[in-house]
Design a protein around this ligand. Sequence first.
Ligand SMILES: Nc1ncnc2c1ncn2[C@@H]1O[C@H](COP(=O)(O)OP(=O)(O)OP(=O)(O)O)[C@@H](O)[C@H]1O
Ligand SMILES: [Mg+2]
Length: 157
Amino acid sequence: MSGPLLEIKNLTMSFGGLVAIDSLDLSVNTGEIVGLIGPNGAGKTTVFNCISRFYEPDSGTIHFKGRDITRARSHEIIRCGIARTFQNVELCRSMTTLENLLVGQHVVIRSGVIRDGLRLRGVRAEEAQAAARADETIELLGLPPALSSGLARGSRT
Ligand SMILES: Nc1ncnc2c1ncn2[C@@H]1O[C@H](COP(=O)(O)OP(=O)(O)OP(=O)(O)O)[C@@H](O)[C@H]1O
Ligand SMILES: [Mg+2]
């Protein structure tokens, strides 16, 4: 792929009379880690809301891997491989840590009602892979077996 992985050009977004993003240009190349910094109210979250399509920018363009995603729908954005977290973390408190991590993998799992219902071998393999990835994340981040919020690392049964 030639060109940047993510390319934002001339992005502008207003709320009434307040211009939250004013003609932003931003490029992120493959393998690059980029942080967006600025004071409270500078417009950082609004930029991410435009990329993930929670907001509809007034003007400008957003390209990802060369594809124009400026007007793509949220579910198409996640299929491109773009994921986001929220400033206020929302977890499913009745679920375990492992289950919460599995929810985040829903988009990469191909199972459907019929395949799931039949418990095909491929479905079980996919579930095992997802659980292994979740376990890796738990290890990597050193998540405790039971978080103070009441979340606990669950069994896979
Ligand atoms: N949905 C909205 N409706 C109206 N105004 C909004 C909305 N979202 C953001 N704003 C305004 O846009 C400006 C940028 O807000 P934004 O949340 O993007 O800033 P931020 O850089 O993420 O700030 P913080 O560091 O506090 O998280 C602020 O003035 C905010 O009040
Ligand atoms: Mg913010």
